[in-house]
Design a protein around this ligand. Structure first.
Ligand code: GTP
Ligand code: MG
Length: 169
């Protein structure tokens, strides 16, 4: 049985729910009024997938524009990145595309990319169609899930999918 460290970073616009996704994954909880992240925050979580142990070292970056320039410090050297958007905010989906461009140019060439369409519990407010996001993810060979940090749907799944897609060491 192997134990593997996985450096992962979360990127995406402020308010899409990056910290909430991490909190759901790490402590299986949800806070309705979470403070906006300052700089970045760090957490770890160990999971077992297919008999292997993965220790995620999670860098949860701050989405506010004033912190934009710090992002490379966190995605550089990352084995995986989750780029999150809010399904109720089209502009946040557009930002996903610019993060993908940036990671393709500046990130590790083998970085595993996952896109998370968060807040899928807010179906009535939806602005981004599932099909459009799925097609985009397929086109760039990224993993994709719609998630809800509130209801927990698909949150652990996205991390499991990442484990399965990591290139063998
Ligand atoms: P920054 O730290 O500023 O980059 O924001 P963030 O992406 O970390 O967002 P955060 O996790 O702080 O969530 C922003 C708001 O959205 C909070 O009020 C959360 O409670 C709410 N939220 C997060 N995830 C969900 C979700 O899945 N569903 C719903 N309904 N609300 C959510
Ligand atoms: Mg945050």
């Amino acid at each position: 049985m192997s134990m593997r460290d996985v450096k992962l970073c979360l990127l995406g616009d402020s308010g899409v729910g990056k910290s909430s996704l991490v909190m759901r994954f790490v402590t299986d909880s949800f806070k309705p009024a979470l403070e906006s992240t300052i700089g970045a925050s760090f957490m770890t979580k160990t999971v077992e997938v297919d008999g292997n142990t993965y220790k995620f070292q999670i860098w949860d970056t701050a989405g506010q524009e004033k912190y934009r320039a710090l992002a490379p410090m966190y995605y550089r050297g990352a084995a995986a990145a989750i780029i999150a958007y809010d399904v109720t905010r089209e502009s946040s989906f557009k930002s996903v595309k610019s993060w993908v461009q940036e990671l393709r140019h500046q990130g590790h060439p083998n970085i595993v990319l996952a896109i998370a369409g968060n807040k899928c519990d807010l179906e009535d407010l939806r602005e981004v169609r599932l099909k459009d996001a799925e097609d985009y993810a397929k086109q760039i060979d990224a993993l994709f899930c719609e998630t809800s940090a509130l209801t927990a749907v698909n949150v652990a799944d996205i991390f499991t999918k990442i484990c399965k897609k990591l290139p063998s060491e």
